[in-house]
Design a protein around this ligand. Sequence first.
Ligand SMILES: [Zn+2]
Length: 375
Amino acid sequence: MAFKADPGSKTTGLALVAEFPRGRQVVWAANLVHRGQRIKAAMTYRRMFRRARRGRHCRYRPALFDNRTRKAGWLPPSLMSRVNNVSTWYSRLLKRAPISQAQVETVRFDTQAMQDPEISGVQYQQGTLAGYEVREYLLDKWRRQCAYCDGTDVPLEIDHIHPRSRGGSDRISNLTLACTSCNQAKGNQSVEAFLAHDLQRLARIKAQAKEPLKDAAAVNATRYAIGEALKRFGLPVSFWSGGRTKFNRTTQGYTKDHWIDAACVGEEGVAVKIPHGFRPLTVQATGRGRRRVRGNDQYGFPRGEPRAQKRVSGFQTGDLAELKCLAGKSAGTHVGRIKSIRSRGWFVLDRHDRPAQEFRLFQRADGYAYTAATA
Ligand SMILES: [Zn+2]
């Protein structure tokens, strides 16, 4: 059984694919939603209070000697949380499934297969694996915008700078990206004729076409760190490209979703069956509470008493619980995550502030919230 992952900045697709006598099949899948943005916001918030304190109390204190270094491989906390989320789920699944290997999409296009793509002459061919790798490469090289009008967020087509009808080749150094209208306007014209009114752009395109993309541009630090983190569990881990994933998904006619991309990662991803009506799990990283023991008011001054304990009557903030309230304006049954635990034994769920006795624990907070996807 293979663990497959397609790491993304907001959501990572995860899938377990098993070998059956009749072929490969997805047996478990999830969209893991990260909380990078919330971590970043929290750090900015904390920084704001620290800066304000310096302004109030230590304005004349000289800056400390800057002798602090970061370990090799350090990532900002918001990015590190993505790495940790994926490796947490890998370790959880390892305990429950006979996983023998991991396959991770780490690069957008295959640098190995495209070593010096400009020189070795990997050619573009629509609908082939090489074609998909080339397309991803071009998206990076031309910064996902139309070379002729700088349009972004429009469907981009591959354009032969020196048209094929005039003997232009399919080599990468002759390819660029153009939006549909620019591509049609250019037609069979030579690029010199098409850009006669904008010689600056012509010179820029010609120069950039010759310039091979730097290797570093293809390697995403977070994805690479995820691959390295999975290696530490001791099972074989293989790294694959996004071009291949897209090729595998498109040839099998699957729609785009993170978990489907995950299932299509790697060489084996070219033939993976998704059972009819299969629904992935949505896993939202929620965090495990916070370390600070005391809140602050809007000016950053400490407010209230320091938090005495994290658990009260067996409950903790984030636990999934049922609240059964017999009377009053909260009357009824409510199910959800406990928003806040108070040491005096009253908890908040949704907008209801009720005593501990009325709560029943469904599931302990484990840093993630779960929803089954609906059809
Ligand atoms: Zn355009």
